[in-house]
Structures are given as C-alpha cells and as structure tokens.
Design a protein around this ligand. Structure first.
Ligand code: UDP
Ligand code: MG
Length: 303
C-alpha cells in the first residue's frame, strides 16, 4: 500500500469546488476502503490567491473531513507554481501524487489506470486527451499548434498532455532538483527520465465557472514554455537574418527607386526588432533566474 495525494490547484473556483470535492472525495475514500492506498492519503487543494470564497470552502472541507487538506498561497502565482506548491509542500508525506484541474475537465476515473501503471513500475504516467470534441475549433487549433511548435523548436513534450499526471516519489524528488524559477512542468517532467506511460482520457467540458486561461495568458504561457525549454528560436532567428542578408544583397543589385528603398529599410527594421525581442525574452529569463526569488509563498497549510 502507498500514500496517494491528489493535488488540485484552484483559482477562483467556488462554483466547481463543492462538486469536485464530492467526486474526488468519493474516489479517494473508495481507494482507501478497498485497501489500495493508505488511510493517510489526501486530496490537497491549493488556493492560488483566489479572490472569491475558494479558501473558505477548502477550510470547511478540511474541518468536516480529514481526507481534505489545503495549501494557501499568499497571492496568485499562476497554475504551475500553485501545482508545484501542492506537489512539494502539500505532498511531503505522499509516495505518489496525481495532479489534476479543479474544473472536472480531467476524467477522474483515469486515476485507476494511472495507479495500475504505477503499481507495475511507472514513476510517471501522463494523462493524454484522446479527443477534443468539447473544445472550440479555435482552442483546438491553438492548443495543438502549441504542442507542434514546441516540439519543432526543441521542447520535449507529450502531445496533448497538460497537467493531469501521476508522479511517484522518485520523480518528485528529482523534480525538486530543478531549481529554476520559470518551471514549465510539461517540459521538465519528460526530462526526469524514469519509466513512464500514457493513459488516454476524454476531456470533458468545464463543469462550471469560466476558464482562468484567457487567450492572452495562454499565449504568454506558450512563449514562456518554449523559451524555457529550448534556445532554438535564437538560432533560427540568426539563420533567418543571414538568409535575409543574402537575399537583399542580391536584390539590391537589381532594385531601383526610393519607394523600394524605404520599404526595404522598414522591413529590415521590423525584422531586427522581432529578433531583438526574442533575444530579450532570454535576457529577461536570465534576469529573473539570477534574482533567485521564491516561486511562491505559503500563507497557511491545513494538514
Ligand atoms: N489555475 C490556478 N492559477 C491560475 C489560473 C488557473 O491555479 O492563475 C487553476 C484553475 O483553478 C484550474 C487549473 O488551473 O484548476 C486550470 O485552469 P482552467 O481550467 O481555467 O484552464 P483551461 O482548462 O481553460 O485551460
Ligand atoms: Mg479547465
């Protein structure tokens, strides 16, 4: 038997928490009663600085049933940091963790299969969505585009896997060794090594409330993810500059007239700006990393 912690980051999730806690509580109680996991197993809700009554709901759940524990961050730090706080601070006693979203989009029943794979020796089990029928055409296009672009730019990620995954103690300890501040879990976990496997599940619609990832946040997340995994964009932009230099060099022999000249200059200026901003992204990352600031601050832990 092993101690299982199910870690759920929550940001303004008052609409879904009553239902999510009911379902995940039932699932974990079932696992305890059937003798598969120890009675010390927990559901760990991480409140990522919510502005609604999320923390109040978590505290009440904890008071009414010891199976629920809670970690409260001092402010909103984003999904990845909240998840990390739950996996490290909230799950110190766990032999194995499963992370999932609060909104019931991740199919909880996949946890049984994840545990079976863990029992047969996997340290990492990725939940991968088998279909995207519940996503809008736009979300599907941007999300799948992101996985393909990241892979093309050198990031090793599992296609259509988000943050629904099982991590064993060895994998959790290994994850602890990665001290970087900009931790993109989807890209780091495959780096850990260990035996891993995939469990397919059908992604449901958000149970209630609104997505906490508007397009702007999603794009920032994608840019962050790619630049934290790979330096290929820097090389590509350099290669592109060389090609442009060669092409324009040849063209300048044939082109005539002021209009063309001005257009060429502005086109070049635009490209230089774009290239600089990519370089700047990495310089910015270095700046953030050198500061060694904490990834999150924990206000309260209910264990
Ligand atoms: N979340 C978080 N901090 C944030 C944003 C989101 O902890 O700053 C949590 C959120 O409560 C949910 C999960 O991350 O449990 C995924 O967010 P959401 O479902 O809104 O994203 P989507 O499924 O729309 O991509
Ligand atoms: Mg969601």
């Amino acid at each position: 038997m092993y101690c299982l912690h199910i870690v759920i980051p929550c940001y303004n999730e008052k609409e879904v928490l009553p239902e999510t806690s009911k379902r995940v509580g039932e699932l974990l109680r079932g696992l305890i009663q059937s003798g598969r996991v120890t009675s010390g197993s927990r559901v760990v809700f991480v409140d990522d600085g919510s502005r609604d009554t999320t923390w109040q709901i978590i505290s009440e759940l904890h008071e009414s049933d010891a199976i629920f524990s809670g970690v409260k961050l001092s402010r909103n730090r984003g999904h990845q940091n909240a998840l990390l706080a739950g996996l490290t601070e909230g799950s110190r006693k766990a032999d194995v963790t499963v992370s999932m979203d609060a909104d019931l989009q991740d199919d909880m029943t996949a946890i049984y299969e994840m545990l079976t794979k863990y029992e047969s020796g996997c340290e990492v089990v990725y939940g991968v969505r088998s279909a995207r029928d519940t996503d809008t055409g736009f979300k599907k296009f941007t999300a799948e585009g992101f996985y393909k672009l990241t892979a093309a730019l050198g990031g090793e990620i599992v296609f259509n896997h988000a943050d629904f995954r099982l991590l064993g103690r060895n994998a959790l300890n290994a994850l602890d060794e990665y001290g970087e501040k900009n931790l993109f879990l989807r890209g780091i976990v495959p780096m850990l090594g260990y035996k891993s496997d995939i469990v397919y599940y059908k992604r449901a619609e958000r149970f209630a409330g609104e997505s906490k990832y508007p397009l702007k946040k999603m794009l920032a997340f994608a840019a962050d993810g790619i630049t934290s995994l790979s330096v290929k964009p820097l090389r590509y932009v350099g290669g592109f500059g060389l090609i442009m230099f060669a092409v324009c060099g040849v063209l300048s022999v044939f082109l005539r007239g002021n209009g063309q000249l001005i257009a060429t200059v502005w086109a070049a200026a635009g490209l230089i700006l774009a290239a600089l901003s990519i370089v700047g992204e990495y310089v910015g990352k270095t700046y953030i990393e050198t500061k060694q600031r904490p990834r999150y601050i924990i206000e309260t832990i209910l264990e």
